[in-house]
Ligand binder design. Structure first.
Ligand SMILES: Cc1cc2nc3c(=O)[nH]c(=O)nc-3n(C[C@H](O)[C@H](O)[C@H](O)COP(=O)(O)O)c2cc1C
Length: 214
């Protein structure tokens, strides 16, 4: 039988004690200094091995530009000291947004992304000095089955799924031409991300979104 219980450990001792009680072998190292070692990624030296995971805040403007809260969040992440910041999912086309406040990068709003990247890097320099050159990744996405248009569900799928699509009011099955165009949109958005100052892009292919084919 699988056993679950809520936990709220405040110290490593509490965690180790609980593991012992459960008869679990938990490798544990109190020395966190390996996290502070530099790392080479794609020819760039990243100041440490800590990373902020991509997490959508749903606080972008309707045109896809980062909002005030988005900008504040990334400044704060940078002030936290992580060497790598993985910016949240940003849509590559309007019809692939998960909600009207998801980030979306395009030719019209690239300047707002440029200033977000600049502000985030500057916050890191200000907090940790000129050598604290963070690695910035932008995650590119199309929400596929979970897309919304003007706050209405507007699923874009590659096939009908009798389990997931049972209650869908509308369902658009993307044809080969649309999929080819989508490929171009990813490439174009990756190019814009480069010009906005990101070091890399990540192609989101999980959580049932468009490239996670189901
Ligand atoms: C509010 C929220 C938004 C998230 N947005 C994204 C996202 O944009 N892209 C992604 O790959 N994962 C996203 N995730 C998943 C997280 O990056 C992370 O992988 C997940 O929360 C597991 O890590 P944890 O156990 O530390 O929470 C999100 C998670 C949360 C809670």
């Amino acid at each position: 039988m699988i056993y679950h219980e809520p936990f709220d450990y405040e110290t490593s001792e509490e965690l180790l004690k609980a593991a012992k009680k459960l008869n679990l072998e938990l490798p544990f190292q109190g020395d966190l200094s390996p996290l502070l070692r530099k790392l080479e990624i794609g020819g760039k030296t990243v100041p440490n091995r800590m990373a902020v995971q991509p997490m959508e805040g749903a606080d972008a403007y309707v045109n896809g530009s980062p909002g005030e809260l988005t900008l504040r969040r990334y400044r704060r992440y940078a002030e936290g000291g992580s060497g790598l910041i993985w910016f949240e999912a940003a849509a590559v086309v309007p019809e692939g947004r998960s909600n009207p406040h998801q980030l979306m990068l395009n030719n019209e709003n690239i300047e707002s992304f440029q200033s977000m990247v600049k502000d985030t890097r500057n916050a890191a320099y200000k907090a940790y000095g000129d050598s604290h050159d963070i690695f910035c990744v932008l995650q590119l996405t199309h929400s596929g089955r979970y897309s919304m248009l003007e706050a209405e569900a507007s699923p874009k799928v590659v096939m009908y799924n009798p389990y997931l699509d049972k209650s869908a009011k509308s369902l658009h099955i993307l044809d080969d031409k649309e999929l080819d165009e989508l490929q171009e949109s990813y490439i174009e958005t990756a190019r814009l991300a480069y010009h906005a100052g990101f070091d890399a892009v990540d192609i989101k292919s999980c959580n049932g979104y468009r490239l996670n084919v189901i």
